[in-house]
Write a protein that binds this ligand. Structure first.
Ligand code: SF4
Length: 336
């Protein structure tokens, strides 16, 4: 693999769940890349498919109710889309790791923090306790846990929320994975701690070169953190672009709606949560015909009764919207 080849290349990812009322496709033909050393955002409202994309990549979708398939999922050139669960367990934590929103639910309350943070080293590298303890100490230092020696033997409840999240990031990075997936890593934290954790993740990318998928509903975090952005809606990618391009030239009406509603920078981050767009994300079991965003779209036109493809709107920029097909009528005053 060359330095320019993406560390992750996902093509045609589909995830379905079977239930009493039939099958529901929660991810439909999701494709995207993560460049080496890049931070790539997945943004959208609740139910858009962001977290399900992460769980599908990690092999954490519950079976047999859930079924994940893909044309290919290349992780550093190796296709992991057809791996059996046992092979996926060997990759998880070693090559691809995840940091979840609420560290308290991911940590065992009755085990010391160092044992949990160091567990991937025992599983994947077969290290003994003293070697693990030393590596965890180094990692606590790296992620900025103050007085790291004294924190090793703490139990999760003895750490603040910010320190617990730093410990989770340490756990995610301890085997030096090729890719770290951070799923709303700061949502449960206060504003000051959020800023510290985001700075830490950016620093780690700069110093260690970790590639990161940043899942968030907060466009402020996307603007601060990401190189590239994938906007998700109802289980599909609806816009993909370089972060500057996305904020400069949002090309899908959903993205425009999100951006148009962001209060000015002087407003506290807490107020910059995903703004409201009229209507709701559709029930995936009862999708509208054609474009999934049509019931909420003020630009909808007759041809939107057909499902739109992802159409190019610029270099490395695409949008799933008929406004960008040749000959589509644009609303008055808008530029393509
Ligand atoms: Fe709106 Fe039509 Fe574009 Fe869908 S395809 S976002 S309905 S204009």
């Amino acid at each position: 693999m060359g330095a320019d080849d993406p560390i992750l290349s996902v093509r045609g990812l589909r995830t379905e769940f079977s239930g009493d009322r039939g099958d529901v496709r929660v991810l439909d033909d999701v494709s995207f890349d993560v460049g080496r050393g890049k931070i790539v955002g997945l943004v959208g409202e609740s139910g858009s498919g962001k977290s399900m994309t992460a769980l599908s990549l990690m092999g954490l979708v519950p079976r047999p109710q859930g079924n994940v398939s893909a044309s290919s999922i290349l992780l550093d050139g190796r296709d992991i889309s057809k791996l059996e669960p046992a092979a996926m367990r060997r990759i998880r934590g070693r090559d691809i790791a995840m940091v979840f929103q609420e560290p308290m639910t991911s940590l065992n309350p009755v085990r010391k923090v160092w044992e949990q943070v160091g567990e991937p080293l025992a599983i994947h590298q077969g290290l003994g306790r003293s070697a693990i303890r030393k590596r965890v100490l180094d990692m606590f230092d790296l992620v900025g846990i103050p007085e790291p020696k004294t924190r090793l033997d703490a139990y999760p409840h003895q750490l603040s929320g910010g320190l617990r999240q730093r410990a989770m990031i340490a756990m995610g990075l301890i085997c030096e994975p090729k890719l770290l997936i951070a799923d709303e890593p700061t949502t449960a934290l206060d504003v000051t701690t959020q800023a510290q954790i985001l700075r830490l993740m950016r620093d780690l990318r700069d110093r260690v070169g970790t590639s990161i998928i940043m899942i968030t509903h907060d466009l402020g975090i996307i603007a601060e953190m990401c190189d590239e952005v994938n906007v998700m809606y109802a289980g599909q990618m609806v816009e993909q672009a370089d972060v500057f391009d996305l904020f400069e030239r949002p090309s899908h009406p959903y993205t425009r709606g999100l951006l148009a509603s962001i209060p000015r920078a002087t407003v506290a981050r807490a107020a910059r949560r995903m703004p409201s767009i009229p209507g709701m994300v559709p029930n995936l079991a009862k999708l509208p015909p054609g474009c999934r965003f049509a019931p909420r779209c003020s630009d909808a036109m007759p041809q939107c009764q057909r499902p739109p493809d992802l159409l190019p709107v610029g270099v490395g920029h695409s949008a799933r919207c008929w406004l960008h097909s040749a000959g589509a009528a644009l609303p008055e005053g808008e530029m393509r």
